[in-house]
Ligand binder design. Structure first.
Ligand code: NAD
Length: 505
């Protein structure tokens, strides 16, 4: 039976298209609050992705030579359009991802800040200049666009994570192919349409929806010079090794298991409030979420658990569009089942399930993918629920005796995305921030997500590559340095033949 659901297509050469193949594969896009399929997204085949790459390649020479200030103005226009269309975009995010509308607005705002930072590109691209590095010799470094660049993004921030990538890439003079998550593609595509309205020439930004076939085409086509990826660690590792093997510059950000250390001297009420948002906000589907609390001392653990239990009992879980909700559903049915399976596993492994969210049913939304907040005590480092990324509303408390024990646990974990410490002790906080083997660290800040003018990235198996995402690192990632050394010989400084290696001795 042919589906009558609205189709989500691709944006290639400035137009929404259905791709090179009339019988393209497609898949349902569900509303997680109702469990109903509301759209179908086309899955680009190789030929369709190649069309997008050809369009980007064709647009590159003119775009590269467009004055940086004119490119930046498009970003300024886009910022205004994104603000004007915020309600429409947030409704799209919530309808496919499930997060509550206020959280969708927070994600969009963070994305807009990246657009704003990209509008400073002319300043960031100014380069470096040295006069008289030798007799009548001047030298300078400039940062040139790479050509066609690509980004592959996850489901959990359909607006923000793409905006980490392509605005700076195009502001630096590149063209871009974006492959968003096939689970919630609509807001991402709509933002790309708004970029056209903002003045981005056709072909500079192309969006291809799809799955592995589309990704593999981007990873192997020699016309694509650089790939940014954000998603789970196994796929990040695959993207990094395959992209590098095909001669591309790659940055691949992966999964996480972020620990929050609570010290005995912490302001416990403040820590509990902070942990609630960090653990259960966006249903735990954030790479900077806190799924583990490491409480130093039993008294600290008891106080944190009591505080969390009290706060959880007040939480409102329901459709993200309903007013006053704290948490919506998980993104898809398979993900819901996977997260619930982790809760079963934790019980089997002997952790103490203090709050069980498995029985939750939301009236009028019985088919939605709702899992209530879950809280475990006595989680041990050997347990699967300690080791693996759950990506759901499941918080575990680990009990330790000292700060050093807490830090040793964090350092031994395969992921090193984010972490934080709650304390009133400056010396402990300084020791923690100095020594912990994690890329983004908070002190009494549970989600230390860097602002747009810093860069975002984890350590260990949370990031493959050398440069972090967005901020100053993005300018370096999306450009290559060229260093020019120039002499204009004049009568006073004419040199004879020199056979020794030039130096300023
Ligand atoms: P995912 O790895 O399943 O998918 C990410 C992207 O890769 C999607 O576009 C998807 O279509 C594509 N993909 C999936 N399987 C593929 C395959 N076999 N070959 C090629 N491409 C493939 O991740 P997700 O479930 O969409 O997102 C959640 C994950 O992303 C979590 O692990 C989370 O921690 C991580 N994440 C990390 C960051 C960060 O900055 N480190 C930020 C957000 C999300």
């Amino acid at each position: 039976m042919t589906s009558t659901l609205p189709l989500v297509g691709h944006l290639i050469g400035g137009k929404i298209v259905q791709g090179a193949n009339a019988n393209s594969r497609s898949q349902d896009v569900f509303n997680p609050a109702t469990g109903k399929a509301e759209k179908r997204v086309l899955l680009a085949d190789k030929a369709t992705v190649e069309q997008a790459i050809s369009n980007a390649q064709a647009a590159f020479p003119a775009w590269r030579n467009t004055p940086p200030l004119k490119r930046a103005r498009v970003m300024g226009n886009l910022k205004v359009l994104l603000e004007q269309h915020a309600d429409e975009l947030c409704a799209m995010i919530t309808a496919e991802h499930g997060k509550v509308l206020s959280d969708a607005l927070g994600e969009l705002q963070r994305g807009i800040e990246n657009v704003e930072y990209a509008s400073y590109a002319p300043e960031l691209l100014k380069g470096e200049h040295s006069k008289n590095v030798g007799p009548a010799i001047d030298s300078w470094s400039e940062f040139q666009a790479l050509g066609v660049t690509a980004g592959i993004t996850p489901f959990n921030f359909p607006a923000m994570v793409p905006l980490w990538m392509w605005p700076m890439a195009v502001a630096c003079g590149n063209c871009f192919i974006l492959k968003p998550s096939e689970r919630d593609p609509t807001s991402t595509l709509r933002i790309a349409e708004l970029a056209l309205e903002a003045g981005l020439p056709p072909g500079v930004l192309n969006v291809v929806n799809g799955d592995k076939e589309a990704v593999d085409t981007l990873l192997t086509d020699p016309r694509v010079k650089a790939v940014s990826f954000v998603g789970s660690t196994p796929i990040a590792e695959y993207i990094y090794s395959t992209g590098c093997a095909h001669g591309k510059r790659v940055q691949a950000l992966g999964g996480a298991k972020n620990h929050a250390v609570v010290m005995p001297d912490a302001d416990i009420a403040n820590a509990v409030n902070a942990l609630m948002g960090a653990a259960y906000g966006s249903c735990g589907e954030r790479c900077m979420a806190i799924p583990l609390v490491v409480a130093v001392g039993d008294a600290t653990a008891d106080a944190v658990i009591a505080g969390l239990k009290a706060e959880i009992s007040k939480m409102k879980v329901g459709p993200g569009t309903a007013p006053g909700m704290d948490m919506g559903p998980l993104v898809t049915k398979p993900h819901f089942e996977k997260v619930r399976g982790y809760v079963d596993q934790g019980v089997k492994e002997g952790a103490t399930l203090v709050v069980d969210g498995r029985g939750l049913s939301v009236a009028g939304h019985e088919e939605g993918y709702f899992l209530g907040p879950c809280l475990f005590d006595n989680v041990q480092p050997g347990m699967v629920i300690y080791q693996e990324e759950i990506f759901g509303p499941v918080l575990g408390v680990v009990r330790v005796k000292t700060l050093q024990e807490a830090m040793d646990l964090i350092d031994a974990h395969e992921y090193g995305n984010g972490t934080c410490i709650f304390t009133r002790d400056g010396e402990a906080a300084r020791y923690f921030t100095d020594n912990i083997q994690v890329g983004m660290v908070g002190v009494n800040v549970p989600l230390p997500v860097p602002v747009a003018y810093h860069s975002f990235g984890g350590w260990k198996r949370s990031l493959f590559g050398d440069l972090h995402a967005y901020g100053p690192d993005a300018v370096r990632f999306y450009t290559k340095r060229k260093t020019i050394t120039q002499r204009w010989p004049s009568a006073g400084v004419r040199e004879g033949t020199v056979f020794s290696f030039p130096s300023s001795k």
